[in-house]
Design a protein. Structure first.
Length: 54
């Protein structure tokens, strides 16, 4: 499956605008910590990594 880089960049832009889902989130990381890393930041880290792979 070929990665749609333009769509992934749009996803990154959207997730950056949404921001963290709770105050104590430590931000985007590829090693999310339960009850510390919010879902938006965990997804943002994964999408950024995928864009860098392609």
């Amino acid at each position: 499956m070929q990665v749609d880089a333009e769509l992934l960049r749009e996803v990154i832009d959207t997730l950056e605008r949404v921001g963290c889902q709770f105050d104590f989130c430590r931000g985007p990381t590829l090693e999310p910590v339960p009850m510390i890393t919010c879902c938006a930041c965990a997804t943002l880290a994964c999408v950024r990594a995928r864009v860098n792979e392609s």
